[in-house]
Design a protein around this ligand. Structure first.
Ligand code: COS
Length: 385
């Protein structure tokens, strides 16, 4: 058993770290201020073939696997969580097709997703269904060779800039709630699909989060993923996989904040010596670095369990589900704690916008919420015990 990254993974990590430093870090504060979707960052990710890291070669990806994607996300999140989320959302939107799509659906959609030419979003959350997936109310009714979809989705990342949205809708109300849900691939330009409210957020301000309104949206029946009633399982398995890149993002945010705070405390003089020389602060940073490394190891372990797992709807091993939720829980809690402590280490400078730490602290918060809150992760973990 080897317990290290492969040479290929190390090389990818180094390459993305250089790209992050040279091309992504410089505008991070400005993008956060402007709150506009960063197409220039999409271009950087396209040019460096990062969208296709976890896509099969057959569809134009580089097939390096979930671990490679996580490594890229971690490096990017160290400097700009809003750019890292572009890769996260892409994985979230694409995974239902990778898991449950038939050959025709994969041939049609995956190649342009693998290159990043098209972006994709994941339409699950509704006003009354966030943590409670089975409670969703959007309806899809079969009409000949089409489905007619009606409903409202909220908090959907990047639906306004995506070309395709995977939409979860109820196709059968007569069975148990989780058995009546189906998933559809919906082209964004389908008549009746409108983008509503744009959310103004605490963090991740350079990513867009919008409402999606579906009014008599007619989708060809061939865009149904798998079969009717399989939606809940597609969603659960998608999230089992995609919670790991969220964990990687959280690890990256935490490491970025810690690196900044360490550097700062070595330069900032108080009482005639660098802040770093005070043992009380050294112990804080020792705790922070230990917590970040623990979260990283759990994240890599979770990614490694899914690395070789074929992307299909077969049952996932229970320990993989547990590790995915544990990684997300641990990394998100760590990111919030470590960024808060990093702000503390900078004192007043941590609190002002001239320095990046308040942004990192704001960005960390969402990792405890999206793709399942920390409380939901505990439900998932305990269900496997
Ligand atoms: N992975 C795979 N299968 C799972 C699963 C998981 N993580 N969690 C539940 N399932 C399966 C169960 O095994 C069960 O299967 P069977 O029908 O074969 O018996 C089925 O799904 C229903 O499970 P359960 O009764 O536990 O479903 P609940 O409605 O109680 O919901 C939770 C379970 C809370 C875990 C689920 O709704 C969830 O993950 N919610 C969070 C969703 C989320 O992350 N939202 C954020 C927005 S998405 S960006």
């Amino acid at each position: 058993m080897t317990y290290e990254l492969t040479d290929e993974q190390e090389m990818l990590k180094d390459t993305v770290a250089r790209i992050a430093k040279e091309q992504i870090a410089p505008g991070a504060d400005k993008r956060d201020e402007e709150e506009a979707f960063p197409w220039d960052m999409v271009e950087v990710l396209r040019e460096n073939a990062l969208f296709g890291a976890d896509f099969p070669e057959k569809y134009g990806g580089s097939e390096m696997g979930l671990m490679a994607l996580c490594l890229a996300i971690e490096e990017i999140a160290k400097v700009c969580a809003s750019t890292a989320v572009i890769l996260l959302v892409h994985e979230l939107g694409s995974t239902p097709i990778l898991l449950a799509g038939n050959e025709a659906q994969k041939d049609k959609y995956l190649p342009r997703l693998a290159t990043g030419e098209n972006l994709i979003a994941f339409g699950l959350t509704e006003p009354n269904a966030g943590s409670d997936v089975a409670g969703l109310r959007t309806k899809a009714v079969r009409d000949g060779n089409q489905y007619v979809i009606n409903g409202t989705k909220i908090f959907i990342s990047h639906a306004d800039v995506a070309s395709v949205v995977c939409i979860a809708a109820r196709t059968d109300s007569s069975v148990a709630p989780h058995k009546g849900i189906s998933m559809f691939i919906v082209d964004k330009d389908t008549p009746g699909l409108k983008i509503g409210k744009h959310e103004r957020k605490l963090g991740l301000r350079a990513s867009s989060t919008v409402e999606v309104i579906l009014e008599d949206v007619r989708v060809p029946a061939e865009n149904l993923l798998a079969e009717e009633g399989k939606g809940f399982h597609i969603i659960m398995k998608t999230l089992d996989i995609t919670r790991i890149p969220v964990a990687a993002q959280a690890v990256g945010i935490a490491q970025g904040a810690l690196d900044y705070a360490v550097q700062y405390t070595k330069e900032r003089m108080q009482f005639g010596k660098p802040l770093f020389s005070f043992q009380g602060l050294q112990w804080m940073m020792a705790d922070m670095t230990t917590q970040v490394e623990a979260a990283r190891q759990l994240t890599y372990k979770a990614a490694s369990l899914f690395q070789t797992f074929p992307k299909n709807l077969d049952k996932l091993p229970k320990n993989a589900i547990r590790y995915s939720a544990m990684a997300k829980l641990c990394a998100a809690e760590t990111a919030m704690k470590v960024t808060t402590d990093a702000v503390q280490l900078l004192g007043g400078y941590g609190y002002v916008r001239e320095y990046p730490l308040e942004r990192m602290m704001r960005d960390a918060k969402i990792t405890q919420i999206y793709e399942g809150t920390s409380q939901i992760q505990k439900i998932v973990i305990s269900s496997t015990l």
